[in-house]
Write a protein that binds this ligand. Sequence first.
Ligand SMILES: Cc1cc2nc3c(=O)[nH]c(=O)nc-3n(C[C@H](O)[C@H](O)[C@H](O)COP(=O)(O)OP(=O)(O)OC[C@H]3O[C@@H](n4cnc5c(N)ncnc54)[C@H](O)[C@@H]3O)c2cc1C
Length: 308
Amino acid sequence: MPETETHPLVIVGAGPAGLAASIYASRYGVEHIIIGELVGGLITETHLIDNYPGIEDVSGFEFSQKLTHHAQKYGAKIMPARVKKMKKTGSGFKMETENGKILKSQTVLLATGTRHRKLNIPGEAEFFGKGVSYCATCDGFFYKSKTVAVVGGNDSAAGAAVYLAEICEKVYLIYRKGKLRAETFWINLIEKNPKIEVIYETNVLEISGAEKLQAIKLDKKHNNTETLSIDGLFIEAGSVPNLDFAADLELEIDAEGCIKIKPDSSTSVEGIWAAGDITDGSDKFCQVITACAEGAIAARSISNYLKK
Ligand SMILES: Cc1cc2nc3c(=O)[nH]c(=O)nc-3n(C[C@H](O)[C@H](O)[C@H](O)COP(=O)(O)OP(=O)(O)OC[C@H]3O[C@@H](n4cnc5c(N)ncnc54)[C@H](O)[C@@H]3O)c2cc1C
């Protein structure tokens, strides 16, 4: 039988929301453990953060390290693992990790963020790691002086295009609508950059190649299909909440699969709070600042709950 640990609070997710919650929980004297697969969270993938107040610019990796150290300074215990199942018990919650650990807790904070949405087109799985990537910061360097395309029109897609233009010879930004929905800041940078060409009203239909990706088939609204020769394709097509492991909890979620939270970050299930990109909070403005804020609010509410 695997050993079972028990804690007043288990935080699932070691990104900005989970780590900020941990800092506040420690300072409120709430004993807890963080279980997180990628310590630091999604922001580790970001080339540059220059919109977090008080820190003018920092790489995503450095920021996530600082956040992790800050939580550890106040005593955070971090278990790098993936939770595969969670259920309600008579007195709290029980969860099992993929590496066979079993934990019990009185309260839970879900801060598991989101994962990259796939295009689900032919060739996407086959050429993953051989030309297809979901992380410009991680893989951009492999395409030095080459031609790449980014799919998407949000801030992440725009940021990836600007970053890749620093490394690559040519960057196509392919978006299915007629206008990018990224911040004006990014749009201005894109418009000024001669290496970036935006292809509007276009979908990617298929990815092809031999050993590596060589081309993509485009479906253009006004010109039928066309083949574009590229060396790499970066997919930035939005995100899907990471909540599969918590299906048994029957949490109230919205149409996009985000957990519905109240102003104190509590959920529809007593004893469970949620924070960060996984929630419908902060007007769904998925940023580090909002994830940290929801984490802090949740920690305070959990502390009050445990005192009762
Ligand atoms: C390319 C890119 C650029 C960005 N740039 C910026 C920016 O400049 N400024 C900004 O403010 N925001 C930026 N963001 C958004 C920012 O990264 C997110 O809003 C923020 O990371 C959300 O934090 P979170 O803690 O909610 O989730 P995440 O950071 O996604 O962390 C989720 C955590 O949960 C873990 N997890 C997931 N499932 C499980 C499981 N089953 N078991 C255990 N652990 C699990 C993950 O491994 C991770 O530790 C960017 C995002 C991307 C992708």
